[in-house]
Write a protein that binds this ligand. Structure first.
Ligand SMILES: Cc1ncc(COP(=O)(O)O)c(C=O)c1O
Length: 416
């Protein structure tokens, strides 16, 4: 069997939809400056699908800092991996400020959240250690665990009774192997918007011996009194042993960081393969991130504005009878019943006739018969945007309920 022949016959779980979906549902091109209004297929749409939570992406101060740093340093600097020749005082300054902000002794920069998390898991555990994790953990956690050759136990999403059972099983294994236990969950789950039950997990530390690693990609900047994340929100930041967040969401940048006690961070610096064997984060990213962090710290009104929009949107949806699940964060899922063809018709209608662009998830990512629309409110949306969207959602729901989308026809005729 030729590998290419095999691949051409089976494009994989997502790739199988490429023919129908490419360019529209998947890999759509949003054009223009990042904002709540962008062009899609030549027409302006109201955008609800960017994790630009605090609206930093296009803030003049941010754009200026990015541009100035690019002018001063270019994209090449510094050359080489941190360990070899890519270390700078700016990288160290950002690490120290991030650690302060999330209340940890030290932090270390990661070029990408995804790869960083894979490497963090790989470096924290060895064959004798046991991992206990939430079933809805992000792909970067799942893939990090693929590197783990020891045992792992999963608990159903946020099911604390099962988490405790898995901890009991893990404790037995660890006693036999002489290893330790790492529990991994998320601060805010990016699809459903609910928080990991960090408080309950931290409470279990009284009964079981383990370390807790939290992916707070969606909680950093959005949750907690100061925006320091979901641990702060639940009053258990100190119980998180290894804190991780990406710059791809609230920071509206790229890169990520991991924070912990100093000695653990030092260990990670010398063992994270994603960083040891990769070039240092470019200077404009580092300097741009310093500016973003300064704004997150000094402009609490950005988070307040975000939450004004979040509450208006989520309350409005609930008042209109929509099921938004158990979200406790800005991530706003809307659960509807329908088939995949209905989901495509509905998304098409939203985009083409109401000019609303949001992401949609259907089977096989979620159970058959369900459609999940995901809205990401930001600090740069307005209450008018919310009201317009609520009206549109009321209309598409009645079309879905009356079977209009099941009749089909709309999409095939229009997508070129
Ligand atoms: C929960 C979670 N973890 C990790 C990542 C990966 O981060 P990055 O985009 O920096 O690779 C993402 C997505 O960005 C995410 O949503």
């Amino acid at each position: 069997m030729d590998i290419f022949d095999k691949i051409k016959k089976n494009f994989g779980p997502l790739g199988q939809y490429a023919k129908q979906a490419h360019g529209y549902y998947m890999f759509p091109k949003l054009e223009g400056e990042i904002s709540t209004r962008m062009n899609f297929r030549g027409k302006e749409r109201l955008i609800w699908s960017l994790n630009n939570y605090l609206g930093l992406a296009n803030m003049p101060e941010v754009r200026e800092a990015d541009a100035q740093a690019a002018k001063d340093w270019g994209l090449a600097a510094p050359m080489g991996a941190r360990m070899m020749s890519g270390q700078t005082k700016y990288h160290e300054q950002l690490e120290s400020e991030l650690a302060d902000f999330v209340g940890k002794e030290a932090s270390y920069l990661l070029n990408f959240g995804y790869q960083g998390m894979v490497s963090i898991i790989d470096s924290l555990v060895d064959r004798n250690d046991v991992i206990v994790y939430d079933s809805e953990a992000h792909a970067c956690i799942i893939d990090g665990m693929r590197m783990h050759i020891g045992k792992r136990f999963v608990f159903p999403h946020n099911n604390m009774e099962s988490c405790e059972k898995q901890l009991q099983r893990a404790t037995k294994v660890a006693q036999e192997t002489g290893g330790g236990i790492l529990v991994i969950t998320e601060g805010v789950f990016g699809m459903s918007g609910d928080m990991g039950n960090l408080k309950a997990i931290v409470e279990m530390k009284k009964r079981y011996k383990f370390r807790l690693l939290v992916d707070d990609a969606h909680g950093f900047g959005t949750m907690g009194k100061t925006g320091a994340g979901t641990g702060e929100e639940q009053g258990v930041q100190d119980g998180i042993d290894v804190y991780f967040a990406t710059f791809a969401k609230s920071m509206a940048g790229i890169g990520a960081f991991v924070a912990a006690e100093e000695e653990i961070v030092k260990y990670l610096m010398y063992n994270l393969r994603s960083q040891i064997y990769a070039k240092s984060l470019p200077m404009p990213i580092v300097i741009g991130s310093l500016k973003r962090l300064e704004l997150i710290r000094n402009r609490p009104e950005l988070k307040d504005k975000l939450w004004t929009i979040v509450r208006a949107l989520q309350n409005g949806l609930k008042e209109r009878g929509f099921n938004i699940g158990n979200t406790q964060s800005p991530v706003t899922p809307v659960f509807l019943s329908g088939s995949v063809p209905e989901a495509t018709q509905l998304t098409f209608d939203l985009r083409e006739n109401y000019n609303i662009f949001c992401s949609i998830v259907a089977y096989p990512v979620i159970p058959k018969g369900s459609i999940m629309i995901r809205l990401i409110p930001t600090a740069v949306h307005t209450l008018e945007d919310v009201n317009y969207t609520l009206d549109a959602f009321e209309k598409i729901k009645s079309k879905l309920d009356s079977g209009e989308y099941a009749a089909g026809g709309m999409v095939d005729a229009a997508i070129v």
